[in-house]
Design a protein around this ligand. Structure first.
Ligand code: PLP
Length: 423
């Protein structure tokens, strides 16, 4: 079958999520393929942010308990909404702090080296912040991270083998931290299997969900994952610097977090102002200080959209979009030196396509100039992320058409093949 614009339009007409596109502010005359770095603003998110500002305007200090979204319980309430899209119980999730802070919080709580069990298992492809944080946590416990942090190697520089990860789950490992979806290649790891294998060996396991939340369904509670954390500004469209999220399985409820602060108190006790800390029995315990209300408020509106769309429908459209994109790439671009770096199988890929090319840095600059917004990940990956709620099949078609034009005309040759400060 020939994939053409007609066909893209047909897919758009059949798309059961198409009404959601009108909920978003789409950059005019552009094709936005960067929703995996920063999701777009929706009218709903804008409106809940404005309402929250109104609460401040109208109530001052009384906004803690009054108004549209009282601030005192906001983190737990947004957490409960988040729990629905990751298969967790409402009390297992809280919206708080930032991604990397939550990672520090969780590792400081769950990394309990003892006897020969002192190592942390991670991988060599994960996001740098995760590795820096693990190094710090090991240093804080007096360990040398060169020997205590094990990073599973990748055979192809793009993907990881679950088999290899499992073979590193030795009796020396105290804690495992892995990404759900790898940020460069978009590989989706089998979290259920990894959790089962870790637990068979008595190892605590947590996941960084930055590249899966809002794109892929999860069943964290059923799988028994110990902990997880994520940012809300990528597929969840919570806005730049949006408050992050974390999950702790209820079997760990009531323990004292590694980094305690008064907002982690049991709510009824917080204002007793005692010097004895009583942690909340919920994931609320992992908050540290006063919530960042205006960085949380857009999420309320954004999560309404996910609730209405349903995460399973989001996933199914996302897979269809990336499948269509890969098929178009095979049809149009194979003579231009591209390879597809993400796994092809539905159960092994997240929400973006990782297109590899030796001129990737300058091809990205060219794409931007021509109205397509991708991003570049060193050394040679162009990430293209069609977001299920606002990207159409026609957008995907046009993106690949623009890219083909750039390659035919060698438009990229006018740029240097080096990345910008922000890629
Ligand atoms: C985006 C991302 C982060 C970002 O961390 P922040 O603390 O929000 O800056 C961390 N880990 C992964 C895997 C990411 O993709």
């Amino acid at each position: 079958m020939v994939l053409n614009k007609e066909y893209a339009l047909t897919l758009d007409r059949q798309d059961e999520l198409r009404r959601f596109r009108d909920e978003f502010y789409l950059p005019k005359g552009k094709w936005y393929m960067d929703g995996n770095s920063l999701g777009l603003l929706s009218k709903r998110a804008e409106s809940t942010l404005v309402k929250s500002l109104e609460d401040w305007k109208l109530y001052g200090i009384d906004g803690w308990m009054n108004g549209a979204y009282p601030w005192f319980h906001l983190s737990e309430q947004v957490g409960a909404k988040l729990s629905g899209i990751i298969g967790a119980r409402p009390e297992e999730v809280v919206a708080a702090s930032s991604t990397t802070v939550n990672l520090h919080q969780l590792v400081s709580t769950f990394y309990k080296p003892s006897g020969v069990k002192t190592k942390i298992l991670a991988d060599e492809l994960t996001f740098p912040s995760d590795i820096y944080a693990l190094q710090s946590q090991l240093m804080l416990k007096g360990y040398d991270y060169e020997s205590e942090l094990i990073q599973v190697k990748s055979d192809d520089g793009l993907t990881l083998s679950e088999e290899t990860i499992i073979s590193h789950m030795t009796e020396e490992v105290a804690l495992i931290l892995l990404p759900s979806v790898l940020y460069r290649s978009g590989q989706l790891l089998d979290m259920q299997r990894l959790t089962k294998e870790a637990h068979r060996r008595g190892i605590i396991i947590g996941f960084d969900l930055c590249h899966s939340i809002g794109a892929v369904p999860h069943e964290l509670s059923d799988w028994g994952v110990d902990f997880a954390f994520w940012c809300n500004y990528k597929y969840l469209n919570g806005g730049p610097g949006s408050t992050a999220g974390l999950y702790v399985n209820q079997r760990h409820a009531g323990i004292r977090p590694g980094l305690s602060g008064w907002f982690g108190s049991e709510k009824s006790k917080q204002f007793d102002m005692k010097h004895t800390f009583t942690p909340s029995p919920s994931a609320g315990a992992y908050q540290i200080g006063t919530p960042h209300v205006f960085s949380t408020a857009p999420l309320i509106g954004s999560l309404e959209l996910f609730e209405e769309a349903g995460i399973d429908r989001v996933r199914s459209k996302s897979l269809q979009l990336t499948r269509f994109m890969m098929d178009l790439i095979r049809q149009e671009l194979m003579n231009f030196g591209f390879t597809i770096g993400n796994p092809f199988e539905d159960e092994r890929r997240g929400g973006h396509v990782a297109l590899q090319h030796k001129e990737a840095a300058r091809v990205c600059k060219s794409l931007k100039e021509m109205g397509v917004i991708p991003d570049f990940r060193s050394p040679d990956v162009i990430r293209l992320a069609p977001a299920a709620l606002y990207t159409s099949f026609t957008d995907v078609y046009e993106t690949i058409a623009v890219l083909k034009g750039i390659m035919q005309e060698k438009h990229y040759e006018q740029y240097e093949n080096i990345r910008e400060v922000i890629a």
